[in-house]
Design a binder for this molecule. Structure first.
Ligand code: URA
Length: 255
């Protein structure tokens, strides 16, 4: 007779196809739906037409013609140096964050992006659901940046950032700033900015909207994580406690 555990294991594993793709770390669930709508996903050789398609044990799912597999979920923290791009590959053969982590066997990818010239904290994982949760602005996870800007930062010129400024036709969520240093001689300032969103070049565009041009940018904190002990280019695996702390702050902030 089968015990409870044996019975559970004997039950065929079934999963909705977008969830399967997210579990495999290929894309978030929402992005997986887009891939399906674009006809880029096949199940056992046939293009998937239905978002509600179920994947069973032994099924072969391919995205853009490559088979995908579910593997153990892993989470890494990287101190990204300048001059490296935050994607898994690059058509111009530039160095990517993945090139900095040859020891990682799983197919990880960055949670959000940092620009080529931005340094600092980047999480990489193969967990699509975790990624969705970390980058969704509704979850209000603090992303803290240290920016050196050309010009003199004052409470007056930075105030609009706390209410939200319009960039690319859409208002940003209120941000928090802290003026760290003002150098009148060199006409530049250092400002810490905390935001919850991750729009394209967001910090640079936010400063630009108040007349300050960023010439150096670094992400110093992401939720409960900082870069203590990691030099530029170094990475380490996150432990279970760190991962659950990130899950907790995201969950607790959902309205
Ligand atoms: N905002 C930017 O402008 N650049 C980054 O790399 C990250 C946030």
């Amino acid at each position: 007779m089968l015990g409870r555990k044996d019975t559970a294991e004997a039950v065929e594993k079934r999963m909705r196809i977008n969830k399967y793709i997210a579990h495999a770390g290929v894309a978030s669930r929402r992005k997986a739906e887009e891939l399906i709508k674009e006809g880029r996903v096949t199940l056992n050789g046939k293009t998937v037409m239905e978002l509600a398609t179920i994947v069973k044990n032994g099924d072969i799912v391919e995205v853009n013609g490559s088979p995908i597999y579910n593997e153990e979920k892993v989470y890494y923290l990287l101190n990204k140096p300048r001059g490296v791009i935050s994607s898994v590959s690059d058509e111009k053969n530039r160095k990517t964050v993945i090139d900095l982590m040859p020891h990682v066997k799983e197919r990880i990818y960055p949670v959000g992006r940092l620009d080529w010239d931005t340094t600092g904290l980047l999480i990489l994982t193969n967990d699509g659901d975790f990624t969705d949760k970390m980058i969704h602005p509704r979850n209000e996870i603090d992303k803290v940046y240290l920016a050196r800007v050309k010009g003199i930062a004052t409470k007056e010129n930075l105030r609009p950032l706390t209410r939200g400024v319009v960039i690319d036709g859409k208002k940003t969520q209120p941000a928090h700033y802290n003026i760290i240093k003002v150098d009148h001689e060199k006409n530049r300032s250092v400002v810490e900015l905390t935001i919850h969103e991750g729009r394209n070049h967001q910090v640079k565009k936010m400063f630009e909207s108040v007349g300050l041009i960023v010439d150096k940018l670094s992400r110093t904190r992401f939720g409960t994580l900082d870069l203590t002990g990691l030099r530029p280019g170094e990475s380490r695996r996150l432990n279970k406690k760190e991962i659950s702390q990130l899950h907790n702050i995201a969950v607790n902030k959902v309205k």
